[in-house]
Design a protein around this ligand. Structure first.
Ligand code: MN
Length: 192
């Protein structure tokens, strides 16, 4: 499916005269697929987990954010595909617009598919396992759909490996932007 078709819902939800979010464009996939976790202070603070698959960012809203504890099963609610250009988006979406609130790039980097099937196939089946090489997140993470229908929620789970850590609350320890070091308050205040 062309990127323009995948981004239809994303574009319908937004008024690009008002929001500084990217509209997105057709592009070739990155040599190394990328991921981003954005911290989003919308009506409720949450984290958006996005992985590059076939030219767009497959996206989930994770209310409690990722955890390094393999016993933590973090709810991940699927949201519309986002353009690849969203990967470094930080800023404030105006009040009253879709997703209104301040957003920062909490973590970003590259990932590897740990399964012998393609990412698209894994997503269709409701289970992907990826290895993250981010600034903050490292190692294996699984995204698992909780039911058979396409509308079901997913769980984001740290896999057991040398990067798992049940003691460390990484959201608390490293709250700011991986790109600019800014806090949500800094960005909301327009600090560069
Ligand atoms: Mn969000």
């Amino acid at each position: 499916m062309p990127v323009d078709d995948k981004l239809k819902i994303y574009r319908e939800k937004r008024d690009f005269e008002r929001t500084s979010e990217p509209a997105g464009s057709e592009r070739d996939p990155s040599e190394q697929p990328q991921f981003v976790v954005q911290k989003h202070d919308a009506s409720r603070l949450h984290y958006d987990f996005r992985i590059e698959v076939e030219g767009v960012l497959k996206s989930w809203a994770v209310p409690k954010g990722p955890s390094l504890d393999p016993r933590a099963r973090r709810l991940a609610v699927p949201t519309e595909d986002h353009p690849f250009e969203y990967i470094d988006f930080e800023g404030t979406i105006p009040e009253g617009e879709y997703g209104g609130g301040t957003m920062l790039v909490w973590d970003t980097g590259t990932y590897r598919n740990l399964k012998p099937i393609s990412m698209e196939e894994g997503l269709a089946k409701g289970r992907v396992e990826i290895w993250l090489d981010g600034h903050k997140l490292h190692g294996g993470f699984a995204l698992i759909r909780t039911g058979k229908s396409g509308d079901d929620n997913w769980l984001l789970i740290k896999m057991k490996d040398e990067h798992a850590d049940a003691e460390r609350d990484i959201l608390e320890a490293e709250p700011n932007s991986a790109l600019t070091g800014r806090s949500l308050e800094d960005i909301a205040a327009g600090k560069k």
